[in-house]
Design a protein around this ligand. Structure first.
Ligand SMILES: [Fe+2]
Length: 133
């Protein structure tokens, strides 16, 4: 399965946020890769855990960043972040119940990544715009 990639359209210009978005995409790729290579349930579970940990880490950093800049869109960001975390938790639950199938890799690629891209391009870009002004 092809790797998902960070590209310039995702750049917000805020260094720490861009860096974390890249790391998050790497974590998504790590899960996809461990499923592709049939690395076994234990390894896949670990990569899913890393992905969940990093997601929580990044979203909480982003929310702190928003608060510290007095940006008015905090609540909407929190709601969006919750939505992503819910989807991720659902994927992990599916994995725990049914094991790792191609559909989990596909859900990450076709759902989580597409969602993230849209979120970054719309919501995070607006935040970056606000901070720059
Ligand atoms: Fe965000």
């Amino acid at each position: 399965m092809k790797k998902i990639e960070w590209d310039k359209s995702l750049a917000t210009g805020i260094k720490s946020i861009d860096y974390e978005h890249k790391m998050l995409i790497e974590r998504l790729n790590a899960v996809i890769e461990s499923i592709d290579k049939n690395q076994g349930e234990g390894t896949i579970a670990k990569t899913l855990d890393f992905m969940l940990d990093y997601t929580n880490f990044h979203f909480s950093n982003e929310e702190k960043f928003i608060s510290s800049h007095g940006y008015p869109g905090l609540e909407y960001q929190q709601q969006q972040h919750r939505e992503f975390k819910d989807s991720l938790n659902k994927i992990i639950l599916d994995f725990q119940q049914d094991g790792a199938g191609k559909d989990i890799a596909l859900q990450i690629k076709d759902f989580l990544f597409i969602w993230l891209k849209k979120h970054i391009m719309e919501v995070d870009h607006e935040l970056a715009q606000y901070v720059k002004e």
